[in-house]
Ligand binder design. Sequence first.
Ligand code: OSB
Ligand code: MG
Length: 378
Amino acid sequence: MIIPSRLQLREIRLPLREPFRISSGTTMVRRALVVRLEDQDGAGGWAECVAGGHPTYSPETVETAWLAIREWIAPLVLGHPFAAPADIYPHLEESIRGHRMARAAVEMAAWDLAARRTGLSLSTALGGTRSQVEVGISLGLQQTPDRLAALAAEAIGAGYRRVKIKIAPGRDIEDVAAARGAIGDDFPLSADANAAYRPEDTDHLRRLDAFGLVMLEQPLDHEDLVRHAVLRRTLATPLCLDESISSPERAADLIALKSADIINVKPGRVGGLAASLAIHELGMHHGIPMWCGGMLETGIGRAHNVALASLPGFELPGDLSPSARYWERDIVDPEWTMRDGTLEVPQDRPGIGVEIETDFLHHCTVRHEELVAQTSTP
Ligand code: OSB
Ligand code: MG
């Protein structure tokens, strides 16, 4: 039983070592909402909201998530007894539409809290089986194809198990050709469009079939499962959906409509870890390969992603780069490091398996709010 009693919200700003550019915008400084949830005994759990500063990837932002947590999510969670963290998702689902990134942040903190209390690692609590997870790199749009080629080659040298490049209309063929040329014909390469194409681009997208991509990620609109299903039938390249899979129901729709071959699961996008487990279950049942995506998380969000990626259905390398690829200094100890193209799953440490560098966290904080359970006054 957990009875959440206090919720700390903080917005931090962490400059990326390199700006990250995708078809819908560029991130130079990661604004992230970090949450700590405490129970009445003062035990705490940590998580991070994946929403960004602008509604480019999803309608949610740091501002909307903050509002949703303060106004609607915290009042439903604080002071409410939950037999298990898995009970939070249905409780929130009952009375809140959308705001899944905001809901996920609170739900995931409860998973960390519950796992820490029982002394189990989050990986174990979720049913994880892997002691290491394979890492792929996600390379943003670059100034030139040559620069992209250099980064792709460097990634292979560093041990990454898969290279994904961001693509955008008007430059995609050149970029994919450059990356493919740099890493050789057999190395796993994928392309992520972040919804930058339209159904009319189908013939153009078919040209990508020549490059032997392991998948094309989210070419069409973020809400579209039907046109992806149509596109999929004409492409030789396996299709993967990211933005469009906002819930277990959308994952079931993907399967029913055959909208894609592969699912990118991001717990922060689908409403948390219970929803991710439901998608994992569906994917396993239907033989859909899955992998864990990333949202430029700090070491806190990464820890949750690593725990999820340790489940058996996560067969493909995840966007789980080590801390030093993103940050001069991460806010967790130990930082995430890659060995032989893998991250080690902290199976022997309670909860998410990393501690928070509180002094540095406070140093990065630009605002802070504390929410407590409302006690009814007589
Ligand atoms: O589409 O997977 C995406 C980052 C921000 C928003 C969307 C995406 C991404 C990435 C980065 O690809 C993956 C990472 O965190 O390394
Ligand atoms: Mg993506």
